[in-house]
Design a protein around this ligand. Structure first.
Ligand SMILES: *Cc1c(COP(=O)(O)O)cnc(C)c1O
Length: 364
């Protein structure tokens, strides 16, 4: 039996008719930039998140970049980011001319360590960007308290956490958050797409301006903006998929529950979930001291796995200018060598989940 890491077309097959209808609706509407499809999705996604407003954007990286710009991040500023994240979190900071200041995670949750954030604050710190990594919320109250104490901003990178809850509140419902709808994300488009949600009208208005050439009225430009508007085809697809998101999240939860119960019974370390966290299992991540061999054995058993992520941003060539070296973030580096993401797909069958469990127990 084969278990792919993620089967995007199987998940879309279930919605085939509705998705075809959504795409054709845009094709035949004659309106191809912004317009009612984008506005409808913005309204529904803001409601889903529990935020006042949603601004549809071209992708998750732009959502982070424009969010930081709207919060006033400029060249010379420092922005605190997780050491263990997808490089987009760092790139958004660099693209504002600011410096990413990495902080190690807590080993139990893989999310940014609030004590580390506290220690990394300087007079130049302008913002903190926690990531709800793998779909599990970061410790938002602790981070917000640090931000408030220093008069700096908090911008949640929620690219992996659509629908996740922190102390019973949806992530993104209390401040400003950015989202990616990259096809493999829990809410995925059929191409690139992203958004920012906020309850701060000043941030909303600034990002609306920035995404559209700095212009509210055609050919009148208030600021040097960019072109990063949510595409109406993607908006129509996302509106269709948003209706089934909770159902698909519940399927992820059921798979994660079965994995965790079986692994704990067998004495393997399953992901730790604090009692205040309701993760949405974007990824189900195990650790193994000989990860690459374990991964190869799983591959032979037909099980697809992925490493999120094999090389931390501070060791990428892209960041050689910051002159980090191996050993600077030992926990992040150790995790990068041990983590492995198991198959996690809403379309995964019970038999496929059984096969993953049986193989992990036999081959770990
Ligand atoms: C996917 C992702 C992004 C970037 O989203 P894109 O839509 O691919 O630009 C940013 N941060 C994290 C944590 C992500 O997983």
């Amino acid at each position: 039996m084969k278990v792919p890491f993620l089967n995007l077309s199987a998940a879309c097959d279930e919605l085939r008719e509705n998705l075809d209808g959504a795409v054709l609706r845009v094709l035949h509407s004659g309106g191809f930039i912004l317009g009612p499809e984008v506005e409808d999705f913005e309204t529904s996604f803001a409601r889903y998140v529990g935020a006042e407003a949603c601004v549809g954007l071209g992708n998750g990286l732009d959502a982070l970049r424009l969010g930081l710009m709207a919060l006033g991040v400029t060249p010379g500023d420092e922005v605190i980011v997780p050491a263990n994240t997808f490089i987009a979190t760092w790139l958004a900071v660099s693209q504002c001319g600011a410096t990413p200041v990495p902080v190690e995670p807590l080993e139990a949750t893989y999310n940014i360590d609030p004590d580390g954030v506290q220690n990394a604050i300087t007079s130049r710190t302008k913002a903190i960007v926690p990531v709800h990594l793998y779909g599990q919320p970061a410790d938002l109250d602790a981070l917000q308290a640090i931000a408030d104490a220093h008069g700096i901003s908090l911008l949640e990178d929620a690219a992996q956490a659509h629908g996740a809850r922190y102390r019973a509140r949806p992530v993104g419902s209390t401040g400003t958050a950015t989202w990616s709808f990259y096809p493999t994300k829990n809410l995925g488009a059929i191409g690139d797409a992203g958004a920012l949600t906020t309850s701060d009208p000043a941030v909303e208005n600034r990002v609306r301006l920035l995404r559209n050439y700095g212009s509210e009225e055609k050919y009148h430009h208030e600021t040097q903006g960019v072109n990063s508007r949510l595409d109406p085809v993607q908006a129509a697809v996302l509106s269709t998929k948003l209706r089934v998101l909770d159902d698909w999240t519940n399927r992820r939860l059921a798979i994660a529950d079965r994995y965790t119960r079986a692994f704990m019974e067998a004495g393997l370390a399953a992901p730790f979930v604090p009692d205040w966290a309701e993760p949405v299992w974007h990824l189900y991540v195990l650790r193994h001291p000989e990860r690459d061999q374990f991964r190869a054995r799983l591959a032979k058993a037909g099980i697809g796995t992925v490493i999120h992520y094999p090389i931390p941003p501070h060791l990428q060539n892209a960041y050689s200018d910051l002159r980090f070296a191996t050993g600077d973030f030992p926990l992040t580096e150790r995790l990068a060598g041990e983590i492995i993401s198991l198959p996690m797909c809403p379309a995964q069958t019970e038999a496929q989940t059984d096969h993953v469990i049986e193989s992990v127990l036999r081959l770990a």
